[in-house]
Design a protein around this ligand. Sequence first.
Ligand code: PAJ
Length: 290
Amino acid sequence: MPNKPPPKLARPRIVRTVAALRRSVMGYKAAGETVALVPTMGALHDGHLSLVRLARRRARRVIVSIFVNPAQFAPHEDLASYPRSFDADLAALAKANVDLVFAPAVEAMYPPGFALRIVPEGPAKAALEDAFRPDFFTGVATVVGKLLIQCAPTIAVFGEKDYQQLKVVTQLARDLDLPVKIIGAPIVREADGLAMSSRNAYLSEHERKAAPTLYRVLKDCAGRIKRGELPARVLDEGGAAIERAGFTLDYLEARHADTLRKIELPADAPIRLLVAARIGRTRLIDNVAV
Ligand code: PAJ
């Protein structure tokens, strides 16, 4: 028997303009197909690909957007050095059976004369990421609002890795009456517990060794709070352990998992612990359920 050739992977269609995107989406919709959108900034890792796999299971057509969104970077942040790996991303997305990759240029997303900002409140003003990156969620809400309107997906998948972002986007879709279901996907981690992130590439060997401390401390704090210890005390000690590992702590907080409001007692469930800390030139975030 002749060997069967390996299954041919259809390359995803690559689309650079909103007009071309709309033509494809209209074709899907005319055929009665459901559409999932997975927004990304590229430099794809297995965390991103887990979102794509979830989307693949939930919709007939999967669109992945790759757009490093200047509007969500502050002037001192890493827009210029943000990792870009379009060819590798495309190969991974072909393997994941993605139908369409929307990769607009900055001018396609923000043409000359562009004059809108979506300024979210509620979960965007929880005094977590917003306290350290004041314009970040305006940039995120503006671009995600545009992407949801452009792609008109049935569902859109976001990672719990960016837990506050997931809440902001859920609220955005609700407040704008967008007919899309926002789905949260669990955090994918390296073997040693470090949450996968495009920014992990910035870590030196030494910093990379220290980085799993964040997850270790989160898990330890979650266990102690679950057993009834007071969150304030547990988190104080956790914060100190994170700083001993070489980090500068931005925050380590216990919040209500749905509303992000501050909680004081272990009984204020469900609780989510969220952390942000800097090591060298890299800022890492992570979170766990209690
Ligand atoms: P980016 O950092 O590329 O992440 C894209 C999506 O992947 C987000 O929903 C993020 O939460 C998810 N993700 C990242 N690391 C993950 C991990 N380890 N496990 C599970 N999911 C993970 O987040 C953004 O881009 C941007 O802000 C964007 C939403 C695209 C708007 O510009």
